[in-house]
Design a binder for this molecule. Structure first.
Ligand code: ME8
Length: 504
């Protein structure tokens, strides 16, 4: 089965922040998990380089849009290996192949009769590059996301006849009830559609930084249509000499933040329908990472508000896996949640270092000490067999629905269960009593098998940590067939090095 997962492509008007890392890590966890299951995976991320947000930022800095795009695209590209994103391609919308493919698809939309020339007049946020409808405007004519005053725009544009797709979109939502996930976002998108759709600008006449409209070269495409199409165009040129479109389209999951719901859940399926292309299977909409400000109010972390956690700094202090863990543990994927460096430090100590790190070092240490590193080949304790029963199916089921936090929680319950088991069986006591050798064998074998399984299940979440753990366990099999408790048995282990040393 093919599994194609994407992140939003990020604006290159500023440097990456934790919000960008968040969506990318979420998509990466799904991609890594599906690879474990032997699926044919393609994972795409990249940057959105055209449009007003970038043109304005470049103007402010006194550089050309291309210069700004080159500089910041490099910063996003460098973020990917740092957060251990296993993306198969990194798209830039200034790629010549992308631009040509955008022209090709939108020409089809034009030729299919869904485009007309008209006059646009209305409110516009240059930071969102979004034309706001009356019910999307905050008091004082402000953008509800950026809180800046909206500008009044009036220009002759090419329009996409979105309103004509209302019925087909409603049908899509009826026939694909998990087109948008989680459910409350599905309801939000559907009520937006039911509220009545207005036609939208497909081109901008007063902007030059974009993809030229082939049938009217005085215009460039409205950046959102250029950007959305990246998910489709990338497949045609990501692998030189190969077209992956047949193999991976339609996408399985678009992972996005709730700020761009309208574009992905309404405009995107409509434009695909207009071009005669299949629509994606799912759009997963996650919430905002928020920061508490000085007055105690919670704000969206955003470059325009200047209240961002720098992922590079966090990684330097705590390591990549700690970042990957924290984002999905502290904030439920799909909901909003407040993040802070203080909470970060607490979870690192309490959960990674004390719960997982100690479990790994204690369990391997005990086998090394009491059994010379040889894992006793005895039957496993039924109490743990039961505690792990069905776990891998549960985790797979949750990740099928992109419920990353719940999957991590299910795994973490077993981290705690194993720690409790160690405390209950107290192998260090058993080791003192020569008559209890069999009990000691069973306790050691049962714990270490649990640790092995946790390694397999945590592979998509904590790839670096699991690699270290698996070195000590002498077994690097992270395929899904190894995910069951008792599915494989370890032979020899070595004492694991501390997985989470004290943070600097
Ligand atoms: O909107 N919390 O780009 P963008 C969680 N180029 N996620 C956050 C976040 C936060 N505080 N801040 C940003 C664009 N994100 C367009 C997208 S796609 C065809 C074009 C994440 O740089 C989240 O995924 O503003 C959000 O949707 C995205 O970054 C917006 O990135």
């Amino acid at each position: 089965m093919s599994f194609y997962v994407t992140t939003p492509i990020y604006y290159v008007n500023a440097a990456p922040h934790l919000g960008h890392a968040y969506s990318t890590i979420g998509a990466d966890i799904l991609a890594r998990h599906m690879r474990q299951r032997g699926e044919d995976v393609f994972f795409l991320t990249g940057v959105d380089e055209h449009g007003e947000p970038v043109a304005l930022a470049a103007e402010k800095e006194g550089v050309t849009p291309q210069e700004l795009a080159d500089r910041n695209a490099a910063r996003f590209r460098d973020l990917m290996p740092l957060i251990n994103a296993s993306n198969d391609f990194f798209i830039r919308t200034t790629d010549a192949e992308h631009k040509a493919a955008v022209q090709d698809v939108l020409q089809r939309v034009h030729d299919n009769g869904h485009v007309y020339k008209g006059e646009y007049e209305g409110w516009y946020c240059p930071r969102c590059a979004d034309f706001k409808t009356e019910n999307e405007i905050e008091d004082g004519n402000r953008c509800p996301i950026h809180h800046i005053e909206l500008t009044r725009e009036k220009e002759e544009n090419w329009f996409f006849a979105l309103s004509a797709f209302q019925e087909r979109l409603e049908q899509l939502y009826a026939s694909q009830p998990d087109f948008v996930m989680p459910r409350h976002r599905y309801n939000e998108a559907l009520s937006f559609i039911r509220g009545g759709l207005q036609d939208v600008s497909l081109s901008r006449a007063n902007l030059t930084w974009g993809v030229t409209v082939p049938w009217d070269p005085g215009h460039v495409f409205y950046v959102w249509f250029d950007a959305l199409l990246n998910y489709y165009t990338a497949l045609s040129y990501a692998r030189p000499g190969e077209d992956l479109t047949e193999r991976f389209w339609p996408a399985t999951y678009h992972v996005i933040g709730k700020d761009i719901l309208k574009f992905h859940c309404v405009f995107w399926p409509a434009i695909l329908m207009a071009a005669g292309l299949p629509v994606p299977e799912h759009v997963f909409v996650h919430g905002y990472l928020l920061m508490q400000n000085a007055e105690g109010r919670e704000d969206k972390m955003s470059k325009s508000l200047g209240n961002v956690l720098d992922p590079f700094e966090i990684i330097e202090r705590f390591g990549t896996d700690a970042l990957r863990f924290y984002c999905f543990r502290d904030v439920s994927f799909g909901q909003d949640g407040v993040v802070s460096t203080a909470q970060f430090g607490q979870r690192y100590e309490a959960e990674l270092a004390n719960e997982l790190g100690n479990l790994a070092s204690r369990s391997t240490n005990m086998v090394a000490r009491y059994r010379d590193g040889v894992v006793p080949d005895v039957s496993l304790d039924p109490a743990l067999v039961e505690a792990f029963a069905g776990l891998e199916a549960d985790v797979a089921g949750l990740l099928d629905r992109a419920e990353i936090t719940q999957a991590l929680e299910a795994i973490w319950e077993r981290v705690r269960r194993l720690n409790a088991y160690v405390a209950e069986t107290a192998p260090w006591q058993l080791a003192k009593d020569p008559e209890r050798g069999e009990d000691l064998d069973r306790a050691l074998a049962s714990v270490i098998e649990g640790v092995r399984v946790l390694g397999v299940l945590l592979t998509p979440f904590l790839p670096e940590t699991v690699a270290k753990l698996q070195m000590a366990l002498g077994d690097a099999d992270s395929t899904w067939t190894a995910a069951g408790y008792g599915a494989r048995r370890l032979q020899r282990v070595e004492k694991a090095e501390p997985l989470f040393p004290r943070a600097a």
